[in-house]
Design a protein. Sequence first.
Length: 138
Amino acid sequence: MIVFRMGEGLFGADLAQIREVLEGELPSTWVPKAPPFVKGAAAHHGRTILLVDLLAFLHLPAQEPEAVILLDFSDSDIGLCVGKVLGIVDMTGGDIKETIRKGNENKEVYVDRFVLWKDKVVGLLNIENLLSDLDGYF
């Protein structure tokens, strides 16, 4: 899992769903009539990436992004703009102390589990649910 900071919180995402992590921002072009959480479209390695401000999408306080997480999921070329990437965590090793599942497994939520990492709570993003809802905008 990759762990990153957004605002005051820590979040994580499954590495199997990530193609690449870029430090800094990608230069982007404005997308007309896009929702406010869309930062723009960017070119990267010959592909057009839709940049989504994850903080804005989750209705969290604004923050300048420090990294872009390019998702490797389905046919979507989506980049999530996030805060500082803190590192890669081994979910099977001793890095994770505890896992708590939030709510009903069938309920569509964006953060569906919490883990204790270095005595801090990390919310694990459900990328499938996130992309499913983003798909409704495009």
